[in-house]
Design a protein around this ligand. Structure first.
Ligand SMILES: Nc1ncnc2c1ncn2[C@@H]1O[C@H](COP(=O)(O)OP(=O)(O)O)[C@@H](O)[C@H]1O
Ligand code: SF4
Ligand SMILES: [Mg+2]
Length: 336
């Protein structure tokens, strides 16, 4: 069921939210499928980038992995243990191993606690005594390259970048094996984003922490990821090693996202064409039949409306959910 070196294995995970309304507000009138059956593994010490437009189910997936939201169906194994079956007490223990970092660092810090108190907060469940906790806070401040003096300050006195470093220090205080980072740099100035990304890369090198790094565009996860999964309307449509995905994306959606990634070489940047997606993300209340991407796909054929393409390995773990993988990239138009 799980690959040998995986610390986390997600299998067919789905989350549907009831939509209530009508004359009686409590009556369920529809269902939003936020996550529509997703499977992937995370290896020890690796970064899996998880990318897709806003509303495609990334945060819900992240929350389901930590059981902050209960999945509707599917399984999540952490070191082979099905975390949907463990007791509340065991889940509390598991939460030390899997931590979540949210997009908004200000909202995730306690405003009336000092930086040091915020970082020490998760340590209440550890075996460390007061001295040990103090030492761990100092260690964490150093790890995220913040001046130890900042420990006495309050979150409001910090810059956005410093606050996100405090959030990361707090998430790492218990030395978890896996960090789910939900758009951790999206709220930050572009000028400070690279610093936080480099910091996360160095921390992974030092501590061996695995990351699921959620982002809404491919450029953010390019340098930090070992593998990248692309999500569309609740499903993974492509997953591959970073090098493969960026060199030869095979799903038309990934190709469209890729065409928006700025190129370092200005000549190539000017010469290349962008694939502009038509329309908005369809409502997860009523996803298109067959392939969910077909209403925006530049190479959709009649079969795409009838048969949902399954995520199929094209070799070397590069899996794509498309009836015509790679067709648009090679400039060929697919034939039904
Ligand atoms: N608690 C909820 N109740 C109802 N719908 C929700 C809830 N949380 C998320 N959704 C819906 O699920 C879909 C996926 O949301 P989300 O996981 O936040 O996507 P992303 O993080 O990719 O932007 C959206 O259509 C969103 O409106
Ligand atoms: S299955 Fe069809 S509609 Fe879907 S991405 Fe592939 S070509 Fe486009
Ligand atoms: Mg989100």
């Amino acid at each position: 069921m799980t690959t040998p070196d995986a610390i986390l294995s997600v299998r067919d995970l789905a989350k549907r939210f009831p939509v209530k309304g009508g004359l009686l507000i409590s009556r369920q009138i529809a269902e939003v499928t936020a996550v529509a059956g997703v499977s992937f593994d995370v290896q020890a010490g690796e970064t899996l980038g998880l990318v897709g437009e806003s509303g495609c189910g990334k945060s819900t997936l992240g929350r389901c992995i930590l059981r902050l939201t209960e999945p509707t169906s599917g399984e999540t194994f952490f070191h082979g243990r099905n975390i949907n079956e463990v007791s509340a007490a065991e889940m509390r223990r598991l939460r030390r191993q899997i931590q979540l970092v949210f997009q908004d660092p200000y909202a995730s810090l306690h405003p009336r606690m000092s930086v040091a108190e915020n970082i020490a907060e998760p340590l209440r469940v550890s075996d460390l005594d007061a001295m040990g906790r103090k030492a761990r806070v100092a260690e964490m401040l150093e790890l995220v390259r913040l001046d130890p003096e900042l420990g006495r300050r309050y979150p409001h006195a910090l810059s956005g970048g410093q606050r996100q470093r405090v959030v990361i220090a707090r998430a790492l205080a218990l030395k978890p094996e896996l960090l789910v980072l939900d758009e951790p740099v999206s709220a930050l100035d572009v000028s400070v984003q690279a610093g936080v990304l480099n910091l996360l890369k160095d921390i992974q090198h030092d501590l061996g922490t695995a990351y699921i790094f959620i982002a809404h565009d491919l450029s953010v996860v390019q340098h930090i990821s070992h593998r990248v999964a692309v999500m569309y309307l609740g499903r993974i449509v492509e997953i591959a090693a970073k090098r493969q995905l960026y060199a030869a994306p095979m799903h038309p959606y990934t190709q469209a996202l890729m065409s928006a990634v700025p190129l370092a070489d200005p000549k190539r940047e000017r010469a290349r064409s962008r694939i502009v997606l038509k329309g908005d993300l369809p409502s997860p209340l009523d996803p298109p039949s067959g392939c969910r991407f077909r209403t925006r796909c530049p190479i959709a054929q009649s079969v795409c409306a009838e048969v949902e393409p399954l995520l199929a390995d094209q070799g070397d773990g590069h899996a794509v959910a498309c009836h015509f993988p790679g067709a648009a990239h090679t400039g060929l138009s697919a034939t039904a």
